[in-house]
Design a protein around this ligand. Structure first.
Ligand code: G6P
Length: 535
């Protein structure tokens, strides 16, 4: 799924192409996975926009390394062969080891797979990152009863989250030091809030940014965490030059947290906070999708065939199709979505038999009890709705618990409406994908609590994630909307997505960060990051 040639040619004139400094990226998920099958090593590239965008960037740089977690035995074996350092790879659709003889423009990326002690990793990932941080940031706790923060949680923080963050910070710092102490470091997500501060302490000349892909709530939500822990998290993040979010609201909430919880002076106009003689900027860059790659996939033979199969199976008599595509995450509000669908069928019985709901859900984080419980609740509500509303042996909801991206894309091309009713969502790329490749002018039914709503809300039918009746009414409005209006809304939404694809998302960040690397020059009046340049 490479970047189309035209997009690449365009990109070469961008800030990324003019970047002549090394880049170090950190995320928990790796851009590749090593596996061993029948004695043979296989290297599989990860899916998703972030990988595509950053691999596109790597192709334009002389020196890029991605630090991430080793998750398979073969990941660990590959890392060990390089003494724990980066494994150089040519990041084509099927990555191969780089041997130094590649063409200049080959997308060579060093992948440093960090091995973490399994017990520490479990505390870091299954107790602190998901659920504790994820739940606080998505507002998922019912505070009358949860969370209870006791010995287990404190130990998991101190003996899991902290040392794992230290290990990753040390790996990043080593990569920066190997490049003479000057590099642009791009950290990602809630797994690594303590990294920036430690990297800066070791590498004072580094330029550091941290992109937070999930919502950032206001100060009150963070009061759930013990004072010392929430302060360490904020101080850790303030090691960055830029802390980046998908929406203005999240950026503002972050600054308010610095003011309320740390007593630091903030400026909401320039979106900055002062800390220890430095200025840290909160910035907004809404992430997007790789439009060219998605369109290419949507028109591939594989997806065409899958769409024809779905059509035959689900819509043999011209039924309408409502679609949702999600990880089975409580933040996605899947159960309330089915309750709203149940109301819709009760209040509009003419839809029974003429409307199918395809729920294409990828089981996620099942080692975390909250997630496995949620999956159980999904199964129960689907069974109830299907038992009540089946007609002639056909159940209205088709629940598919699987991960197969081409099938999801095939369903996007076919559906009449797509439901995204998340309780809270940093961005939500399903919304962007669906409107981009829809062939039936799908109406986007979009929660007001998604980052995507800031860009696409004007063309969507807005959902209140808590109001089941409102959701049922909105679905009805979407499914009965005049054809002309559907077409206009979908075209307008698709235009917005095309106008700001993932390459632009990355380029806007690089353009801002590049100004900061100007501080490395000897000139006393070196460039500064323009206040709120992107806002
Ligand atoms: C969200 C987070 C990512 C995470 C992904 C999948 O999109 O922002 O950091 O990788 O969910 O979650 P998982 O726990 O499977 O990596």
């Amino acid at each position: 799924m490479g970047m189309a040639n035209t997009a690449k040619a365009e990109q070469d004139t961008t800030a990324a192409a003019r970047l002549d400094v090394p880049v170090v990226v950190l995320s928990h998920r790796a851009p590749v996975q090593f596996r061993r099958e029948q004695g043979k090593r296989l290297i599989r590239r990860g899916a998703g926009g972030l990988v595509t965008a950053l691999v596109g960037l790597a192709g334009q740089l002389d020196d890029a390394v991605w630090v991430c977690a080793a998750t398979t035995d073969e990941d660990s074996a590959a890392a060990a062969e390089h003494d724990g350092g980066a494994v150089p790879l040519v990041m084509t659709a099927e990555p191969t080891p780089a041997d130094g003889n590649e063409a200049d423009d080959a997308p060579v990326l060093g992948v440093r797979l960090v091995d973490v002690d399994p017990e520490q990793h479990e505390d870091f990932y299954q107790v602190v990152s998901n659920p504790l941080l994820w739940f606080i940031q998505h507002g998922l706790y019912g505070l009358a009863t949860s969370p209870n923060i006791g010995r287990t949680e404190r130990d998991a923080y101190e003996q899991g989250y902290v040392p794992v963050n230290e290990a990753f910070a040390d790996a990043v710092a080593e990569e920066v030091e190997a490049r003479g102490g000057r590099a642009l470091v791009m950290l990602h997500d809630y797994h690594f809030y303590l990294v920036a501060d430690r990297v800066r302490a070791r590498c004072p000349e580094v330029v550091l940014s941290h992109f937070i892909h999930i919502p950032w709530p206001g100060p009150d939500a963070w009061l759930v965490l013990p004072a010392d822990i929430r302060e360490q998290i904020l101080r850790g993040l303030l090691g960055n030059d830029v802390v980046a979010f998908h929406t203005e609201r999240f950026a503002r909430n972050f600054l308010l947290c610095c003011q309320e919880l740390l007593g630091l002076p903030i400026d909401l106009d320039t979106k900055t906070v002062r800390v220890g003689g430095r200025v840290v900027a909160a910035r907004t860059y809404p992430i997007s999708i790789d439009v060219d790659a998605l369109v290419e996939m949507a028109t591939s033979d594989e997806v065409e065939e899958l769409a024809a199969e779905l059509q035959r199976e689900l819509l043999p008599d011209g039924q309408q199709l409502l679609l949702r595509v999600d990880r089975t995450d409580p933040s996605k509000n899947i159960v309330r979505g089915f309750l709203a669908f149940e109301l819709l069928l009760e209040q509009h019985p003419e839809l029974v038999g003429t409307l199918r709901f395809l729920a294409f859900l990828q089981p996620s984080r099942l080692d975390v009890p909250e997630y496995s419980d949620y999956l159980g609740r999904i199964g129960a509500i689907v069974a109830r709705v299907n038992a009540r509303h089946a007609r002639a042996g056909v159940a209205p909801i088709d629940l598919r618990l699987q991960e197969h991206y081409p099938t999801a894309v095939a369903a996007y091309t076919l559906c009449d409406a797509v439901m995204v009713n998340s309780l809270a969502d940093g961005m939500n790329l399903v919304a962007k994908e669906a409107v981009t490749v829809s062939r039936h002018h799908a109406v986007l039914c979009l929660s007001e609590s998604t980052g995507a709503h800031a860009e696409l809300g004007a063309f969507a039918v807005t959902l209140n994630p808590f109001d089941i009746q409102q959701q049922a009414d909105a679905l009805y409005a979407a499914l009965t909307m005049p054809a002309r209006e559907r077409a206009d809304r979908q075209a307008a939404a698709a235009n917005v997505v095309r106008g700001n694809d993932v390459a632009k998302w990355l380029d806007a960040q690089i353009a801002d960060l590049r100004l900061l690397t100007g501080l490395w020059s000897e000139e006393p009046e070196g460039p500064r990051l323009a206040p709120a340049a992107r806002d």
